[in-house]
Write a protein that binds this ligand. Structure first.
Ligand code: C2E
Ligand code: CA
Ligand code: CA
Ligand code: CA
Length: 278
């Protein structure tokens, strides 16, 4: 018969129930995954556009699921953020990344490491102290650790997040503003915050050769970041032409499939990346 308002309510209810059941399954599985060490880190290099050398590497988490294979973060991070599991997850990622960094540093590769953190991590009191404690535990250098925070995370609870950022930076740990240009944080919120790096979102990088708007945005971000004393990294660099344009525009570092996909750290290209410095 005719579909009434009550049908829609029931239908929406069923869909939500199915949705949350699925999430509960993911959450339960993720809790096990953390306990069973099923998470893995892949690393993607950031390349210095002037020297062509790997300057640092970003840790990107994956889940080696026993049935479903290697899962990208989009499959489980939202559930982790909703459930509070993001705290043990971030702690796991930090430990793994610092342990790996201690290894590659001992073999002469002085790469900084970047770890992505969520808004919820920044809002947790004592987070800066916790991270500094881990750095001390692994014997790495706080100046060689960068925490990538999305622009929206900084906007979520601005005062609390800003406090954590200041605390981290006073302990020598760098802050990177990720996906810059996609949120509405605006410049004013960044002013006064000790930001080591600004990462230009790949949506602007992808079409920088064709779009005057993207060119204007990228140039403006570079000028702003340099004006604040921050380094600028472009993400999603897929072609040599884009890398060349960015270098000419004064961008400091680049990251993307042109150089390497995220890989286990042993597979990070060790050759000098040619073509960047010409
Ligand atoms: P993000 O931090 O912006 O990371 C960049 C994403 O773009 C990565 O996806 C990377 O694989 C992909 N990418 C890199 N170069 C290129 C390129 O040249 N072209 C294209 N099309 N894509 C490229 P991934 O690994 O799936 O990560 C997605 C997001 O998940 C990350 O975005 C980050 O926000 C989040 N994430 C990853 N690992 C962690 C983590 O350990 N903790 C937290 N809180 N978030 C994480
Ligand atoms: Ca990132
Ligand atoms: Ca990003
Ligand atoms: Ca992103």
């Amino acid at each position: 018969g005719k579909r009434g308002a009550s049908d829609i309510v029931v239908y929406a209810g069923e869909e939500m129930a199915a949705h949350s059941t699925q999430w509960l399954v993911v959450q339960a599985e993720l809790r096990h995954a953390l306990a069973r060490d099923e998470l893995v880190l892949h690393y993607q290099p950031k390349v210095d556009l002037r020297s062509g050398e790997v300057a640092s590497v970003e840790a990107l988490v994956r889940w080696q699921h026993p049935q479903r294979g290697l899962l990208p973060p989009s499959e489980f991070l939202p559930a982790a953020e909703q459930s509070g599991l993001i705290e043990p997850l971030t702690a796991w990622v930090l430990r793994r990344a610092l342990a790996d960094q201690a290894h590659w540093t001992s073999t002469g590769r002085c790469w900084s490491v970047s770890v992505n953190v969520s808004a919820r991590n920044l809002e947790k009191p004592g987070f800066a102290e916790f991270v500094a404690g881990l750095v001390a535990e692994y014997g790495t250098s706080p100046g060689q650790l960068l925490l990538e925070v999305t622009e929206t995370a900084l906007a979520a609870d601005a005062r609390r997040a800003a406090q954590t950022v200041v605390d981290l930076s006073s302990r020598g740990i760098g802050i990177s503003v990720d996906d810059f240009g996609t949120g509405f944080t605006g410049m004013s919120q960044l002013l006064g915050l000790p930001i080591a790096e600004v990462k230009i979102d790949r949506t602007f990088v992808a079409d920088v050769l064709d779009s005057p708007q993207s060119q204007a945005i990228v140039r403006a971000v570079i000028a702003l970041a340099h004006g604040l004393g921050s380094r600028v990294t472009a993400e999603g660099v897929e072609t040599a032409d884009v890398a060349y344009w960015l270098r000419r525009a004064g961008c400091d570092e680049a990251q993307g499939y042109l150089y390497s996909r995220p890989v286990p750290w042993l597979e990070i290209p060790m050759y000098e990346i040619t073509g960047a410095a010409s």
